[in-house]
Design a protein around this ligand. Structure first.
Ligand code: PGA
Length: 244
């Protein structure tokens, strides 16, 4: 794992965006695995700025998002489909037909999940997978457990995730209790993984991810076994990690 130290959120966002844009410039038809949440928003804003300046072109890029809440349709403002359009897709020249977000409204979850994995495999797996990390060490919505998950599947969200995500909903009761997520194995198949983390609330999870034992009780810890994983984190998120 390579750790890139950033000063603050803005610096983290710029450094993460730099790595993503380098990937797109090196391989214009690349596959990006994308994430939602507060962490990547600044990186998306930076990428939009560079797109507007003509520095990066997304016309040939395909994307697969990590996760989606169960029961939310594409146009629900709380859905991750909506998040991706509002925060990124609608502002760059990406072909929406090449973007994929799990279907929260599927009536057939089992075949949907299998098919999502099949599409990712047929595409050759993401050249770069962007990840945030949960306060509890989750990646995607792979919550702490007694085993690492394999492919895309439905999960019950933990209380701590429901609480953490309730800031984006009117009331905590409105947060969906389940989500579809790429599994840990699917995530590990990405050719490169970029984890972004900021803020003191992530400090313990970042320490466990980078320096703790590899254990499904901190799903992100498995990233220690990935051969090309970069963690871009700000000072607050790195505050519990050994200095250099
Ligand atoms: P956040 O979520 O970016 O909103 O902090 C990250 C995550 O839960 O993976």
């Amino acid at each position: 794992m390579k750790i890139v130290r950033a000063k603050d959120y803005q610096d983290m966002s710029r450094k993460a965006a730099n790595i993503i844009s380098a990937q797109v410039i090196l391989k214009p038809e690349c596959i990006l695995g994308l994430a939602t949440g507060s962490t990547p928003m600044g990186a998306y804003q930076q990428l939009i700025k560079w797109y507007e300046k003509g520095d990066v072109d997304f016309s040939q890029v395909s994307t697969f998002n990590l996760d989606e809440y169960v029961g939310l349709s594409d146009d629900d403002p709380q859905s991750y489909h909506y998040f991706m359009r509002k925060n990124f897709f609608d502002h760059v020249n990406i072909d929406l037909a090449k973007t994929h977000v799990p279907d929260g409204a599927t009536k057939d979850p089992e075949s949907f999940c299998k098919n999502y994995d099949r599409m990712i495999a047929e595409a050759g797996y993401p050249d770069l997978q962007l990840l945030g990390i949960g306060n509890n060490g989750h990646i995607g919505f792979n919550e702490p457990d007694d085993h690492f998950s394999a492919g895309t599947h439905c999960v019950d969200l933990t209380e701590s995730t429901i609480q953490a995500n309730s800031r984006l909903f009117e009331k905590e009761e409105d947060v969906p209790r389940q989500a579809y997520t790429m599994g840990v194995q699917t995530i590990m198949y990405a050719h490169m993984i970029l984890v972004a983390a900021n803020g003191e609330k992530k400090a313990q999870a970042v320490r466990d991810m980078c320096f703790g034992p590899v254990t499904p009780s901190c799903p992100a810890s498995i990233l220690q076994l990935h051969t090309n994983c970069v963690v871009v984190a700000d000072e607050a998120a790195l505050s519990l990690c050994p200095a250099e």
